[in-house]
Design a protein. Structure first.
Length: 119
């Protein structure tokens, strides 16, 4: 018997509601808790693709606050250690949709404080 509806809260407080038509195609609502409510988006796909799409959006949100603001002049002012740290951090974020592991590398020395989840 197929599952009709699933509500999932992951370790990052991301909410995933999935309505299942069959096991190969799903429609879900992906969102995060925001101001007491839920910011949701309807997406179609497999369970993994829905979560990966959400993680890509989360990564884009983080990059918009950080690496996307960086220009060549700013990058050239970083020390070699900071450049190595940034490369590792970026690589971990690029892998995040598939791994579901949020990078723990500290880049606040480069970017200051930033949000990982949209508020």
């Amino acid at each position: 018997m197929p599952v009709k509806y699933v509500k999932y809260l992951d370790t990052n407080n991301n909410i995933l509601n999935i309505g299942v038509g069959d096991y190969t195609k799903l429609q879900g609502r992906v969102g995060t808790v925001k101001g007491g409510g839920v910011v949701a988006q309807v997406v179609d796909g497999t369970p993994n693709s829905i979560l990966e799409d959400f993680r890509r959006q989360q990564r884009e949100y983080v990059f918009a606050q950080t690496i996307d603001k960086m220009n060549t002049i700013w990058y050239d002012t970083l020390t070699d250690t900071q450049k190595e740290t940034l490369a590792i951090w970026r690589s971990e974020w690029l892998n995040y949709p598939a791994t579901n592991i949020i990078p723990t590398v500290d880049v606040t020395e480069i970017f200051g404080e930033f949000n990982v989840v949209e508020e």
